[in-house]
Design a protein around this ligand. Structure first.
Ligand SMILES: Cc1ncc(COP(=O)(O)O)c(C=O)c1O
Length: 458
């Protein structure tokens, strides 16, 4: 196993973390109803729950925060963000939002009617939730390769273009108010989408007059994958690639908590003036005035700086090197993983590791609990718990194809020794996988159940 490229930064401020005793971990699990979202951060040693809002901001971002203009309307901070947005994304209009799901909520509220469909390669859970909450039907049309375990497939996040065309023919473009694609594909392993596929997806949506929106959370990581994997892009900068990506779309949603390396923020952007009028009204009603969108002025400055830092090549080489390193180590330790490594996370195939636990007993949940019990490591289940839902027609439970556990790497936060510790703990779990047992759900809310449902071991 080779090391990853060294961090292109050094540490100037530290946050202590502690490994609490095994008995205390066991008690914490019981108190949390075996749902790792119920753990206190002080009970966790290595927190790989999410890469969302958990990264370390740079000295430039913290300095920019001091320049924040807190004017209610037309703040300088907004203008600085608008300039950056124009350069990278090039959309005519945008509103800041407090995070990605707020952008999704506004978009769905202004564009979607009950019974309508929203295709994508794969929607993330918040996007799915927001579409369903408006009575819409999210549809995932990711390519078949997404489900193959082959480290050589470079763009497993690609849309299945034939399926997309067929789907539009089948339900009719008039029933599709919006078409999306998620870059990188978080729900499918953090896998990238190629520029060629983005171009073809855009052509199909546009041919049918369907507005094309990109879920842009990890656009910089996706751009770097394109640079390193797609012929013809090796000499382009991640910024140039990003510009080409967004020139193909009619709008975007983004959680800035990812590739803008901030702790809070997001945006909704588009080119259509009529749509933007509706977006503005909804933003004012739900988020705040359109030049701050529920954020402080200083947050807008941090996003403006972070968007540029997230596109720096040495940072992206280190970032994607870290996930590659973690994946190689875990795999060597005997844990089945989704290959190749995603951008922001390593995805463990819990269904393969625990074939004796059926989907209705949640193999991913079982592994997630065991990682905490064994090493106070927090990952997240993205399988039958997160994506299982009752069929709207029959009420029968529909489960996803894969039962995954995601280990997401916060940006610029953990070192190689932290990753070595994670690898060691997973190695111990691999050695006793057949002793792990399933779980049953004792409480669940109607939507996005994995955040708050409660479990009991079987
Ligand atoms: C692909 C994708 N879309 C949307 C979101 C939602 O963003 P937020 O958590 O800021 O609401 C996330 C968050 O993890 C995501 O990964």
């Amino acid at each position: 196993m080779t090391n990853h490229p060294p961090e292109p930064f050094r540490i100037k401020m530290v946050e202590p973390i502690h490994l609490i005793a095994r008995e205390a971990r066991e008690k914490a699990l019981v108190r949390a109803g075996y749902n790792i979202f119920g753990l206190k951060s002080d009970e966790v040693f290595i927190d790989l729950l999410t890469d969302s809002g958990t990264g370390a901001m740079s000295q430039e971002q913290w300095s920019a925060i001091m320049l924040g203009d807190e004017s209610y309307a037309g703040a300088r901070s907004y203008q600085r963000l608008a300039d950056t947005m124009q350069e990278i994304f090039g959309f005519q209009y945008f509103v800041p939002t407090h995070q990605g799901r707020a952008a999704e909520n506004i978009l769905c509220s202004v564009i979607l009617q009950e019974g309508q469909y929203v295709p994508s390669n794969m929607h993330f859970d918040t996007t799915e939730g927001n579409i369903r909450a408006r009575g819409g039907r999210p549809v995932n049309l990711v390519c078949q390769e997404a489900f193959l375990d082959d480290p050589e497939i470079p763009f497993k996040g690609n849309m299945d273009l034939d399926k997309l065309e067929e789907f539009i023919q089948e339900v009719g473009a008039e029933n599709i108010p919006l078409g999306m694609i998620t870059i990188t594909n978080n729900a499918g392993g953090g896998q990238p989408v190629s520029l060629e596929n983005l171009r073809e997806t855009s052509k199909i949506y546009r041919k049918h007059g369907i507005p094309f929106f990109i879920d842009a959370c990890r656009f910089a990581e996706n751009a770097y994958f394109i640079k390193t994997r797609e012929p013809g892009y090796e000499d382009k900068t991640p910024l140039e690639i990003a510009q080409e990506i967004f020139s193909l779309a009619d709008g975007a949603t983004m959680s800035a908590k990812k590739d803008a390396i901030v702790n809070i923020g997001g945006f909704l952007a588009c080119n259509d003036p009529d749509l933007f009028q509706k977006i503005k009204n909804e933003c004012i009603l739900r988020e705040g005035f359109i030049t701050y969108g529920g954020l402080a002025g200083r947050d807008l400055d941090a996003i403006a700086v972070g968007l540029r830092e997230g596109l720096q090549e040495d940072y992206l080489a280190y970032r994607l090197g870290q996930t590659r390193y973690l994946l190689a180590g875990i795999k060597d330790a005997g844990i089945p993983v989704i290959e190749p490594a995603g951008g922001h996370a390593v995805y463990i195939n819990a269904g393969l590791l625990l074939p004796h636990i059926p989907q209705p007993e949640y193999p991913g949940q079982s592994l997630t609990v065991e990682m905490y019990r064994e090493g106070a490591i927090r990952g997240v289940e993205l399988g039958s718990v997160a994506f299982g839902y009752p069929d709207p027609d029959t009420g029968e439970m529909i489960y996803p194809k894969l039962d995954l556990v995601r280990l997401a790497l916060p940006r610029r936060t953990y070192t190689q020794s932290h990753l070595d510790y994670v690898i060691e703990v997973l190695g111990r779990i691999a050695g006793k996988a057949e002793d792990l047992r399933g779980y049953k759900i004792t409480y669940q809310p109607p939507l996005m159940r994995h955040f708050s449902c409660q479990f009991e071991p079987l």
